[in-house]
Design a protein around this ligand. Structure first.
Ligand code: XUL
Length: 527
């Protein structure tokens, strides 16, 4: 008999990944489908399509449905679906999917001889879903902020100041510009709840991990906020998914899933969540406030667990919910791997060259600084992208520019994460960039903290699989706790790597160190 396994699906910006775990073997299988290469007809670059203005970013939800079908067929053809006891979903946060009344009916009537996307072509009331890279709702953010009494009030109520990429401002823009399509919208799903709806065959709820990243929820009560909904669009409550504050099982897989892909009919689906709250679980940091995570993916994110809500004013960063019904703090930087890649490509280099140059060059870059805003930046908020150089950095200085982009990203993370609370005693670095020893070194020197890297790059998919295992085991006589799961499935992936020297840290954190210089450059660019 095959051992029980648990599936995590991670629908990120650029790909859909499946991570399978077993309790004795940790990660046993991993598959990934990159959108650009697999689905050229959807015309994405890096998984997204730019809209009329460069600040708009969309994806076609039909592409996500097609990828789901393809990855589940891959699992079926590898004889892996029959042993799966539960499925967890992680998805890029903030994106919204607009669905007609016929959505739920169509899910119930799916014919298991045909793929999803052939059968749900017409359930969308809006063809394209705005995704997290969209920064086109500045006006709507202002309107919502005004209606709710100012930025502090919005942040206190919803966990974030009104934020361009969040569902609330995006929905408001859609309602204002396309009132008829809005009127024909019966459900608005987040990407995570859209995917779990496809798996269960019913309109699925959303968790606090994803639901708090909308500017629509009251994070103290864990309910949609009437005030925030009224400030956003009319008749919104009935269109939103139910909101749940912690993990729960939302149903068995649909008959379609069992018949088409060979799942057991009693395989369970756990509530979906955002990729960052899933990464928190995949890194074993749920319940661990003194180690923070750095995820070096398409976006760079910095996040940490919070047992209680801090009663402090905030003008940046976000509070999301967690799988255990508590909170996490997060700061997101849009110019993550895209910016590193752009600098690398200027000079025709490979990732290895980038790492080598970072290890060979001296911390502090002799005072040479870059503000690497290749795209509009989320933190700090920069809507007009521009690359700026300071301290005598010249465009033809290859080593200087490589060091400058890596230092800028690490310093921005340091400067904009201070609000989270006491500095962490260590950092766990994950996602694609965590393989790069040079980047890890720079981060440890800027933060003056021990940095460990995480061997499994897919921490979000792993987290989704662990959430599935936790929910399934919770239905057993002897439930298995998070800590026990982390011991068996997460710990083996943590590699201890680096401790910075005191001299290197001093170069950044000392009086008149590079951090204060960088802060001044940032300020001058922002004003
Ligand atoms: C977080 C954010 C991004 C997306 C990318 O607030 O916008 O990290 O979740 O997947």
């Amino acid at each position: 008999m095959q051992e029980d396994s648990f599936l995590g699906l991670d629908l990120s910006t650029q790909s859909l990944t499946a991570v399978l775990i077993s309790l004795s073997g940790g990660v046993t299988h991993q598959f990934s489908i990159p959108f650009d290469e697999a689905y050229p007809s959807f015309q994405t670059r890096g998984g997204v399509r730019v809209g009329e203005s460069s600040s708009e970013a969309f994806a076609d939800p039909r592409m996500w449905a097609q990828a789901l079908d393809d990855i589940l067929l891959l699992l079926k053809n590898s004889s892996l679906t029959g042993s799966i006891r539960a499925i967890g979903v992680s998805a890029q946060q903030h994106g919204t999917v607009y669905l007609k009344r016929t959505f739920e009916e169509s899910l119930k009537r799916l014919d298991s001889s045909l793929p999803y996307h052939r059968q749900i072509q017409h359930v969308f009331s809006r063809d394209l879903s705005p995704v997290w890279m969209d920064s086109s709702t500045q006006l709507e953010c202002r309107e919502i902020t005004e209606a709710l009494g100012g930025p502090k009030q919005v942040a206190g109520l919803t966990g974030s100041v009104a934020t361009e990429r969040f569902a609330g401002p995006q929905i408001r823009k859609f309602w204002k510009r396309h009132p008829e399509e809005y009127a024909s919208t019966f459900h608005i799903a987040l990407v995570s709840s859209f995917l779990t709806s496809l798996l269960t065959g019913q309109v699925a709820p959303v968790d606090g991990g994803d639901g708090y990243g909308t500017n629509l929820a009251d994070i103290q009560s864990g309910h949609w906020s009437r005030k925030a909904l009224d400030a956003t669009a009319p008749g919104l409550l009935k269109r939103l998914p139910r909101l749940r504050v912690k993990d729960e099982i939302i149903g068995p897989v649909s008959p379609y899933l069992a018949n088409r892909f060979g799942f057991k009919s009693d395989a369970l689906v756990v509530i979906g969540s955002g990729d960052n709250p899933c990464s928190l679980v995949g890194l074993g940091l749920l319940g661990v406030p003194d180690i923070h995570a750095v995820s070096l993916g398409t976006s760079d994110t910095y996040f940490g667990y919070m047992r209680e809500l801090e009663d402090r004013e905030r003008s940046e960063g976000h509070i999301f919910g967690t799988a255990d019904g508590r909170f996490m703090a997060l700061v997101c930087f849009k110019n993550g791997s895209l910016a590193r890649e752009a600098v690398k490509n200027w000079y025709g280099l490979h990732w290895d060259d980038l790492s080598r140059i970072l290890l060979e060059t001296a911390p502090g870059n002799q005072g040479k600084i870059m503000l690497p805003y290749f795209l509009p930046e989320i933190t700090p908020l920069v809507l007009e992208p521009e690359i700026r150089r300071f301290g005598g950095l010249q465009a033809e200085d290859i080593r200087g520019n490589i060091r400058a982009v890596a230092e800028a990203q690490a310093m921005a993370m340091y400067l904009h994460s201070g609000w989270i609370g006491p500095r962490p005693k260590g950092l766990l670095v994950t996602a694609g960039g965590s393989e790069n020893l040079g980047l890890l070194t720079v981060i440890s020197q800027v933060f003056g903290a021990e940095v460990r890297s995480f061997e499994v790059k897919e921490s979000a998919g792993l987290g989704a699989a662990i959430r599935a295992a936790h929910a399934f085991l919770g239905t057993r006589k002897r439930p298995v706790g998070w800590i026990e799961l982390f011991e068996s499935v997460v710990k083996p992936n943590v590699k201890k790597i680096l401790r910075p020297s005191a001299e290197a840290v001093e170069i950044y954190q000392g009086p008149n160190g590079l951090l204060s210089l960088y802060k001044a450059c940032e300020q001058s660019a922002l004003h």
